[in-house]
Design a protein around this ligand. Structure first.
Ligand code: Q46
Ligand code: ZN
Ligand code: ZN
Length: 311
């Protein structure tokens, strides 16, 4: 396989783009493809201060690397979930995130859930009603903390490393059940919600600059760039529906290159054309009485209720 640009040895072939590239041209292409997505979906501009949600994995570290290369002002945020004990998954991924930031002189905010709120995610899950699975709480906790850090730090947007495989798997899950509410809200950019003033959104805008990139491409980018990331998945991800749908989509992709990309991009097109117009009820938002984040609940938000009911 030869690089389409220089004829050198290609390190990756991307059948959906009919494109094979050498290491140098792949990095160049990857960075500019991300920049084009940022512009196409009007994610943010050079004046915006970004907060990158960093897990220590390939996608989030690759994203932080690309945004820094493109000259955006991007700080990182790592949330210590306390999964796997002292030398388990969370501890190991934190080390990767910290080493990445330190080597590049970047700012990383670290919030440890147990130190801040008293219990790790697995402990909290064990103590809640019926012993919920950690994943049922983890998303809610991460969203809350990300919003808090973004709000307190005056960040304009939270950037996450979701790639096309993530988005296509979620889309498949939602489309199989025609969950129109979720489908209407699935997008490369989620606008901010509830503003204290025009410059201080209470729920920060969320952006996903890697939505058009396949997972194998973000992995290849991380490797070519020499990024040291955590290879292991969170142990609680094992057997998840998302992984199942990713495998299904990859089978489809191998029979029909480009199927994943077209599935997702066609969805966005159909949505733009109004086929999925859902009459959204105007959500009435209040400030949570405890933390102040906007919530549809009359008193406490779901996050604060979680910590109330744990005993
Ligand atoms: S980190 Fe949290 Fe994931 Fe682990 S506990 Fe589940 S939701 S699987 S992205
Ligand atoms: Zn080349
Ligand atoms: Zn609250």
């Amino acid at each position: 396989m030869k690089c389409k640009k220089c004829g050198g040895v290609a390190v990756i072939g991307m059948r959906q783009h009919r494109l094979a590239l050498c290491a140098e041209h792949f990095v160049e292409w990857f960075v500019s493809y991300t920049q084009r997505a940022i512009e196409k979906y009007r994610m943010f501009g050079t004046d915006d201060q970004l907060l990158v949600a960093v897990s220590g994995g390939k996608d989030s570290l690759a994203l932080w690397d690309v945004l820094s290369q493109l000259g955006y002002r991007a700080d990182g945020m790592y949330i210590g979930l306390g999964i796997g004990g002292d030398d388990g998954y969370s501890a190991a991924s934190q080390l990767k995130a910290e080493a990445f930031a330190e080597a590049r002189g970047l700012t990383l905010h670290v919030v440890d859930v147990k130190q801040t709120y008293g219990q790790s995610i697995p402990e909290l899950a064990r103590r809640t009603r019926r012993g919920l699975k950690p994943c049922a709480l983890c998303g809610l906790v991460k969203r809350h903390i990300m919003n808090r850090v973004a709000y307190e730090g005056g960040y304009d947007a939270i950037a996450t490393g979701h790639n096309l495989d993530d988005e296509a798997a979620i889309l498949m899950q939602n489309a199989l059940h025609w969950q129109t509410g979720y489908l209407a809200r699935q997008a490369p950019v989620l606008p901010s919600v509830g503003q204290r003033s025009l410059t201080e959104p209470r729920l920060a805008r969320k952006v996903k600059p890697f939505v058009r990139l396949y997972e194998r491409e973000t992995a290849a980018y991380a490797i070519v760039r020499g990024i040291d990331y955590i290879y292991d998945e969170c142990p609680h991800a094992e057997g998840s529906k998302t992984i199942f749908y990713k495998k299904l989509l990859n089978q489809l992709e191998s029979r029909s290159p480009g199927a994943k990309l077209s599935f997702y991009l066609s969805f966005l097109k159909v949505k733009r054309e109004g086929l999925l117009a859902v009459r959204e009820k105007a959500l009435e938002l209040h400030d949570c009485q405890n933390c102040g984040q906007p919530t549809t609940a009359p008193e406490l938000c779901a996050f604060c209720r979680l910590w109330e009911q744990r005993e």
